[in-house]
Write a protein that binds this ligand. Structure first.
Ligand code: NAP
Length: 238
């Protein structure tokens, strides 16, 4: 068994889970984070150390394990109001307050909580590497998604700052394009996948495995730090 212990946030499902499983299949140890002790995720392919934290709450006691690497996959993605119409719409001030709270939530879960976790772990025992999941849309704005986008743009800044501040610990990010479509209906899903594929240079949608591979590459690449690696099939290259 390897000495490496990777803490993966948001490990109970989707991409975070796939990252945790990939580490386990390499015979590595994993601390699998999830939001709540009340949730009951499917068992992993090998034993994991479990750790729960709702990132809206203060940081609880850190896991006791000698964590060497951190993968920050947990994130909040919540649709909001288009900012241009906030003041004019019926109930304008109420909506501004609602949107301000949404922005605070995104900054808390997508920026401040990961920052607090990483600096606390590193202060206790220096980390080898940190990989943060961002989003290829981190520097593009879409009406109704600005709270999320601002938190991701700030996340990119944080990755570069942590790389400088925590060296020789390496800090990088993967910024995926959409690899898991949001709709469930098979017909709508196929349509969404086609639309996503058409917007890429490679002409296809990426997979969770593409993201996992990039995360593990950055976690292990000894001379790469402060990088934001887009895994998006060339979304913004044309
Ligand atoms: N899926 C994609 O196509 C895609 C595209 C671009 C970027 N990304 C990025 O890649 C990462 C993983 O994506 P995903 O689709 O797998 O993510 P997801 O399903 O949207 O959510 C990931 C995890 O975030 C955790 N989380 C949310 N709020 C939390 C809170 N307050 N406290 C603690 N945990 C919280 C959830 O934990 P629980 O399950 O325990 O509630 C969930 O498992 C995210 O950072 C996402 O922004 C994904």
């Amino acid at each position: 068994m390897s000495q490496r212990i990777t803490l993966v946030t948001g490990a109970s499902r989707r991409i975070g889970r796939a990252i945790a499983e990939a580490c386990l299949t390499r015979d590595e140890r994993v601390v699998a984070h999830r939001r709540s002790a009340d949730s009951d995720p499917e068992p992993f392919c090998a034993p994991v150390l479990e750790w729960c934290w709702d990132m809206n709450d203060p940081l609880p006691a850190l896991p006791e394990a000698d964590i060497t690497d951190v993968v920050l996959s947990a994130s909040l993605f919540e649709r909001g109001y288009a900012w241009g119409a906030l003041g004019a719409a019926d109930g304008g001030p109420g909506r501004i307050e609602e949107e301000r709270e949404r922005l605070q939530r995104h900054l808390r879960v997508n920026l401040l909580a990961p920052w607090e976790l990483v600096v606390s772990l590193h202060a206790r025992r220096p980390l080898r590497s940190v990989v943060m999941l961002l989003d290829t849309y981190l520097d593009r704005s879409f009406a109704g998604h600005s709270a999320y986008q601002v938190s991701r743009a700030a996340g990119a800044g944080m990755v570069r700052a942590l790389a400088a501040e925590l060296s020789p610990c390496r800090v990088n990010a993967v910024a995926p394009g959409t690899v898991l479509p949001s709709v469930r209906d098979p017909a709508e899903r196929a349509e969404q996948e086609e639309a996503i594929a058409a917007r890429t240079v490679l002409g296809r949608m990426g997979s969770v495995e593409d993201v996992v591979e990039a995360v593990l590459y950055l976690r292990d690449a000894p001379y790469v730090t402060g990088e934001i690696l887009r895994v998006d099939g060339g979304r913004f290259k044309v």
